[in-house]
Design a binder for this molecule. Structure first.
Ligand SMILES: [Fe+2]
Ligand SMILES: [Fe+2]
Length: 298
């Protein structure tokens, strides 16, 4: 019988979490390979991206008017209802990835380097952040695959940048629940995006499969991040976290006008609250990491 999994909000004790951090540390080192700290990169991830770049695929029918993308990708200028689904999807991908990029820039600056990391958790977090930088490169490759090679990664408005810089400096008891829910929101969004590829790229099977492969590289890491960030949280915090799903998802997705046009946010909230790993493909689970207390032991 295949392994069954329990809710990500399943309670755990301090000893289980300590053991799971040790287990995650073993996983994360082999998963990403050597850390290149000055480049914010990881050996295996770099190679994966290079494999994609060395074997590019292209749209059979190029975007009709890339200017519509470039006019709306940083800030929506047009009525989102006037945009075709493909362009909306691409601007939504950029906007989601941009938030991720801004968040990790702030966190990278304040987190100790690997050499100075005082604890196992701090070493785990350093690699976690390097993985997030790899995700931005993979998102960039998705856009290039669709012919968009003039994309710039633009900072958010100054006050939003400040929020993201401030966030990682919060004490752990305030930071842990939102940091966990942010990872969960990422996985939820990526699973919905994966389905959207089937719909939007129905006539572009090569690009559809490439975007799915690029996205899978990200989702595998994010599934592991969900478990890892969940592992920072005790029994009260995990109840608080569950209550944060709805307000967090609502607040975050309201800021990206494309999302309401493309996705069912109510369903994403339901999926976030119900998340338990059981619906993930087995090849993804094999390459990812799940806390021991979320597994059913026969
Ligand atoms: Fe990520
Ligand atoms: Fe993540």
């Amino acid at each position: 019988m295949p392994t069954q999994y329990l809710s990500i909000f399943t309670a755990s004790n301090a000893q289980q979490r300590k053991k799971n951090f040790e287990d995650y540390w073993v996983f994360t080192q082999q998963h990403g390979g050597e850390l290149f700290e000055t480049e914010k990169d990881l050996a295996k991830k770099r190679q994966r991206l290079k494999d994609f770049q060395d074997n590019p695929v292209k749209l059979q029918t190029p975007l009709k008017d890339p200017e519509i993308f470039y006019r709306n990708y940083v800030e929506m200028q047009d009525d989102p209802k006037s945009l075709d689904k493909m362009t909306l999807m691409l601007t939504a991908i950029y906007k989601f990835a941009r938030h991720e990029w801004v968040g990790i820039k702030g966190a990278w600056e304040v987190s100790p380097t690997m050499a100075d990391a005082p604890t196992l958790e701090a070493r785990i977090s350093r690699i976690h952040l390097a993985e997030e930088f790899c995700h931005v490169r993979l998102f960039d490759e998705m856009l290039k695959t669709c012919g968009l090679d003039k994309v710039e990664w633009v900072p958010l408005s100054p006050w939003k940048e400040k929020v993201y810089e401030f966030f990682p400096k919060l004490p752990p008891f305030l930071l842990n629940a939102p940091a966990f829910i942010t990872e969960l929101m990422g996985v939820t969004f990526y699973l919905h995006l994966h389905k959207l590829f089937d719909e939007v790229l129905v006539d572009e099977p090569e690009v559809r499969d490439r975007l799915k492969a690029l996205l899978d590289e990200i989702t595998i890491d994010e599934v592991a991040h969900v478990g890892q960030r969940r592992n920072f949280i005790g029994s009260t915090g995990i109840e608080v976290s569950k209550m944060l799903v709805k307000p967090f998802y609502t607040w975050f997705f309201n800021d990206i006008p494309e999302v309401a046009e493309l996705f069912d946010v109510k369903q994403m909230i339901k999926d976030g609250i119900a998340f338990d790993f059981n619906n993930l493909p087995s090849d993804m689970i094999e390459r990812s990491w799940i806390p021991s207390y979320c597994k059913v032991t026969a």
